[in-house]
Ligand binder design. Structure first.
Ligand code: C2E
Ligand code: CA
Ligand code: CA
Length: 508
């Protein structure tokens, strides 16, 4: 009985052992499988993450690196420079005249041009260099080179400039674009990524401003430009409110008779501590910071008050900024100033440039028609540069075309200038509009303008912008002086008390 019991236990423990063995190997197999699966899952996840990282660093449209990729690459390049005693350049690149393609041919055409430009630029970048698209038509390249090797970034820039030498296909036409490049170098311009990028951007801005198609290195003075701009921004509001920005008046002269027929009011700001600031500097700041309306109203109010003292046949011209045409109440605010100052609308002429018309032609048309209905005259300023569109000329109620001084100054010097001025004068005549030639600096230019049929001249020959008292003296003088009649007005002009006074007052 006992033996039978022992046998029984032995069999049982064998089975139990077997069960344990089978179970544990099953667990091992399962664990192994699970581990293998997990390994695969981790690899998949890592691959997906890496794909995502690549996508997050890639510009979708062009396949180049994006802004984030540039940051990473620049950090890497700067660390390497420090470690190995090298230099790094960042080149900011912008396509010239690209906006015209987007505006004129639509965004799809613009995208096509960007892809072609990216492919061309990418093809010119070597394997140890890096290129990214920052958005819009802006690209950047990073280059690491031996410290002191000044020619290295320049060679890259020259190579990149060739990318736009061939035309771009837009629809069925060939379009030529240029390239502007701004270069900043570490460690001399900056050792920190954001500062370096900002300086390359400033250099690019400079390259663009001087007409494009070139590269510029960052210079310390460019930082000063930005500082100056922010100082202007800070002081402008008070300057307008305190009436520190005042009108000076540049004479407009009838080219046949030599008589002054009016003045253009030009804004002058004499800053109490920083001295005179040119309108080209503060008007763009006023436009960008929403203060241009207040500036125009202040200028007009003062100019109308001064012009109220002039003889009634002397007109006043004032400039309107294109930005103001976004204000649908522009005409009403101008009329309000006339009512306030008691200045006759018939004596006022407003000068607008074509860029005022492109934002919304309908709104511009309505504003100009309202002014016209009140007998205010309208002049198209700086004609010949920019759009020079026949559509604008025929669609809008202009009384006068002001021929840009770049053509007037070249009269008699280049055949093109003579042809362009002739064409503009004839065009104006056929549309029943008067003409003014800007930037008349010599008697020869005045003669040529008059011979071409241009009615009015404006420029340093007749006087630069005068303070209000000097302008008043000039028109009072006019009352007592002889008119400068044809045919010998040009000779008389040299001795004319009118002009002598203007030149004396202007200090020229
Ligand atoms: P603009 O309307 O074309 O004004 C004529 C500019 O040509 C003035 O420059 C004037 O001083 C300059 N100029 C006049 N005669 C000659 C000449 O014989 N030769 C040369 N080379 N230049 C001459 P300024 O006063 O520096 O004004 C520059 C621009 O600033 C003006 O160009 C106008 O667009 C803008 N501006 C001036 N005052 C105002 C203003 O009150 N409001 C607005 N919105 N813009 C203004
Ligand atoms: Ca003007
Ligand atoms: Ca002008």
């Amino acid at each position: 009985m006992q033996q039978a019991l022992r046998n029984l236990i032995g069999v049982d423990s064998g089975i139990a052992l077997l069960t344990v063995l089978v179970a544990s190997s099953a667990v091992a197999v399962f664990a192994l499988r699970r581990w293998r699966d997990l390994d695969g899952e981790i690899a998949d996840r890592m691959a997906a993450e890496s794909r995502l990282r690549t996508l997050a660093l890639r510009d979708e449209l062009t396949g180049l690196g994006n802004r984030r990729a540039l940051q990473i690459e620049l950090d890497r390049a700067l660390a390497r420079c420090e470690r190995e005693g090298l230099a790094a350049a960042v080149l900011f690149i912008d396509l010239d005249r690209f906006k015209g393609i987007n505006d004129g041919h639509g965004h799809e055409a613009g995208d096509g041009v960007l892809q072609t430009a990216a492919a061309r630029l990418g093809g010119l970048v070597r394997s140890d260099e890096f290129i990214a698209r920052l958005g819009g038509d802006e690209f950047a390249v990073v280059v690491v080179f031996a410290r002191g090797d000044k020619a290295a970034p320049e060679m890259v820039a020259r190579r990149l400039l060739t990318a736009t030498s061939a035309p771009f296909k837009v629809g069925c036409s060939d379009v030529y674009l240029g390239l502007s490049i701004g270069i900043a170098i570490a460690p001399e311009d900056a050792t920190e990524r954001d500062a370096l990028v900002r300086r390359a951007d400033l250099a690019l801005y400079r390259a663009k401003r001087s007409g494009g198609g070139e590269f510029r290195y960052f210079e310390e003075s460019m930082d000063l430009v930005v500082l100056e701009r922010s100082a202007i921004e800070r002081d402008l509001r008070t300057a307008i409110a305190l009436g520190q920005i005042v009108p000076h008046f540049q004479p407009l002269v009838d080219l046949k008779s030599g008589h002054i027929i009016g003045f253009e009011a030009l804004a002058r700001w004499h800053h109490p501590t920083r001295g005179p600031i040119a309108p080209d500097k503060f008007i763009s700041v006023a436009e960008a910071t929403g203060q241009i309306g207040a500036l125009t109203r202040s200028m007009m109010r003062q100019a109308c008050c001064h012009a109220n003292d002039w003889p009634l046949d002397i007109k006043l011209c004032v400039n309107l900024s294109p930005v103001e045409f976004r204000d649908p109440w522009l005409a009403e605010s101008i009329l309000a100033v006339l009512v306030e100052t008691g200045f006759a609308p018939q004596r006022l002429e407003v000068e607008v440039t074509e860029s005022a018309l492109v934002h919304d032609l309908c709104v511009a048309h309505r504003i100009l028609m309202s002014l016209r209905n009140q007998k205010i005259r309208i002049a198209l300023d700086d004609f010949g540069v920019g759009y020079s569109s026949l559509k604008h000329l025929s669609a809008l109620p202009f009384d006068r075309i002001k021929i840009d001084r770049s053509f007037v100054a070249n009269l008699g010097k280049t055949a093109e200038a003579d042809k362009i001025v002739t064409a503009i004068v004839q065009l104006a005549e056929s549309l029943n509009m008067a003409t003014t030639g800007e930037g008349v600096e010599t008697i020869d230019t005045a003669k040529r303008l008059e011979a071409l049929g241009c009615g009015v001249g404006q420029g340093w020959l007749f006087g630069s912008a005068l303070p209000p008292e000097a302008a008043l003296r000039l028109v009072q003088q006019k009352r007592t002086s002889q008119p400068l009649n044809r045919p010998d007005w040009r000779q008389q002009m040299r001795q004319s008390p009118l002009l002598q006074l203007a030149h004396r007052v202007a200090g020229r």
